[in-house]
Design a protein around this ligand. Structure first.
Ligand SMILES: Cc1nnc(-c2cnn(C)c2N)n1CCCn1ccnc1
Length: 119
C-alpha cells in the first residue's frame, strides 16, 4: 500500500539517537594509546580501597557491552558513562601519576571529539 508507514529503525534514519556516533566515539577511545588503564574493569580485589572509594566503577569494555546490549537510550546517556570513567580516575589517582595523566589526556581527547562530531 503506498504511503504505508515503514517501521522506524536507526539503519533508516541517519544516526537516530546518536547511536552511530556512540559506536564511532567508543572505537576511537578503545584505540587511543592512553586507553590502557580503562580498557577493562579495575580489579577491585587487587586494588586496595577501590571498591570503597569508587561507588560506580566504569570502563570501556563495560560501555562496549552496554552499547551492544542496547542499554544506551541516546548519546547523552553514553556520555554520562564515559565521563564516569574519567571522574573515577581523577578521584582515585594523583594528577601527577601515569594513570592520572592518561585519564586527563583521554578526557580532553573525548571532549574534543564529541564536540567536533556534534557540530
Ligand atoms: C582505571 C584505574 N584507576 N586506578 C587504577 C589502578 C589500578 N591499580 N592501581 C594501583 C590503580 N591506581 N586503574 C586501573 C589501571 C589498570 N591497569 C593498571 C595497569 N595496567 C592496567
Amino acid at each position: 500500500v503506498s504511503g504505508a508507514k515503514k517501521a522506524k529503525t536507526d539503519k533508516d534514519d541517519n544516526n537516530t539517537n546518536g547511536l552511530a556516533t556512540c559506536r564511532m566515539l567508543l572505537a576511537e577511545l578503545e584505540a587511543h594509546q592512553d586507553a590502557w588503564p580503562f580498557l577493562t574493569p579495575v580489579n577491585h580485589k587487587a586494588v586496595p580501597g577501590y571498591r570503597k572509594v569508587i561507588k560506580k566503577p566504569m570502563d570501556f569494555s563495560t560501555i562496549r557491552e552496554k552499547l551492544t546490549n542496547n542499554q544506551y537510550l541516546n548519546l547523552e546517556t553514553f556520555i554520562v558513562d564515559v565521563n564516569l570513567v574519567f571522574e573515577n580516575c581523577e578521584r582515585f589517582n594523583e594528577d601527577d601519576s601515569e594513570i592520572g595523566r592518561a585519564g586527563h589526556r583521554m578526557r580532553s581527547f573525548f571532549d574534543k571529539r564529541w564536540t567536533e562530531l556534534l557540530k
